[in-house]
Design a protein around this ligand. Sequence first.
Ligand SMILES: Cc1ncc(COP(=O)(O)O)c(C=O)c1O
Length: 487
Amino acid sequence: MSSFKLPEKGTDASELLQRMESFKGKDINWPSGKFFGYVFYAGEDIYNVAKSAYTSFMSTNGLNPSAFPSLRKMESEVVGMTAHLLHGDENVTGTMTSGGTESIMMSVLSAREWALKNKKLYGTPEVLAPASAHPAFAKACHFFGLKYVEAQIGEDFRVDVSEMSQLVNPNTILLVASAPQYPQGVIDPVEEVASLALKNNILCHVDCCVGGYLLPFLEMGGVFLPKFDFRVEGVTSISADTHKYGYAAKGASVILYKNKALRKGQFYIKTDWTGGIYGSPSFAGTRPGGAIAAAWAVLNYIGAERYTKMQLNAFHTTRKLMEGVKAIDGLSVLGNPDATLFAIASEKYDVHSIADEMSELGWYINRQQLPPSLHIFVTDIHVGKEKIFLDDLNIAVKKASKFSWENFKKNVQVNAVIGLKKMLPTSYFNQILDTAGKSGGADSGHRKAAMYGMMGALNGTDKLEELVEDFIDQLNSPEQESPKGKK
Ligand SMILES: Cc1ncc(COP(=O)(O)O)c(C=O)c1O
């Protein structure tokens, strides 16, 4: 039985709020700006607009637009503004969703429905994406019973279109490109991917979850970029997240389609339910009105001129950071990132240990693999923090390059964990996962290179999947006390 029980009587609201503030103690200290990813914050004024709009509509439900014409108006305007930014014509249409993953899932679902109606298939329909594409595409295939096929990326980290063209077959229904992709921040050759899709009479989705509210403003500010949106013939859908570079509240993204017929593929309708005729435009049933309202308010509050300034600032900060990284002996930047995301690698040092040292200095940095690197996701909050980041990075590199018992212990731990998984009772093993998972995070006194070393060592084996499964299971359960008396 769960150890949590609903209190018999309610608790005073101010006491609850105080307690909740204290829960934040171990979270990423995002107002400090010493983190990358997860939170998009561009100042108190924008935050307050989002907050007021969200709370004003937080009880409304976007499932049925006839009950809330206010949400219908705001959603269609957000979709319309996004289509305009991404150069859609008057036929382009879409919906708002809860985030990038849901938008991507909708694009895959609608491709499946399109293919079932319009294409002769000889087996399971296939989605063909770059190996760098966000896991949401693989997740969508897993959910919708499709085959997920990956095309390798080239040395520049962009998808290898000649390999992609060899992988296209009569069951391929959808090609994917990202603008930009997450791991190294480069834009895939969208024109070539879309032209391959056109040649094969199939669909092409561009993942602009990151780029949708970033790249158009960089272009407006004079940055030259390869074409990535509906200007490219053959692009049939685009995802763009307002809760990323749009700086809206969490839970808001837009999925756009070339036409209404494609959008219909994501609708679900059941006409014979005793509760009435049920129709839902996307994955969710109830759709939180607060997220729609906050997106509408923030887009209108910021406007194109300020977005252009903000995104250009982030772009220039990224250039300074990349130059600073390259100037540190032993560090490099992977590929030629096009916008505001990049990855730091090293042939000389263990980058995950550098991240550990950065976390000792209060930074939260995501670790990547294949190849090992650190992910930097520059947003408005980082503008002006170039020096402090680079100074800290220099310190971290120096510390990580020295022999230390900490690093030695880390390597021992990696090997021990691999062997111990089989031998230890679950409670002990969970303790190890818990330690690895907590470390290096917001809780900055800890280290997590060990976990990534462990993941690297297990890569390509079934054990890794099993381990991550255990890990997710544990992260989604209440924190456990150590098993008492068993050391
Ligand atoms: C390129 C790209 N696509 C899709 C997503 C998924 O977005 P979300 O986390 O909102 O589901 C992300 C998230 O970082 C991303 O970077």
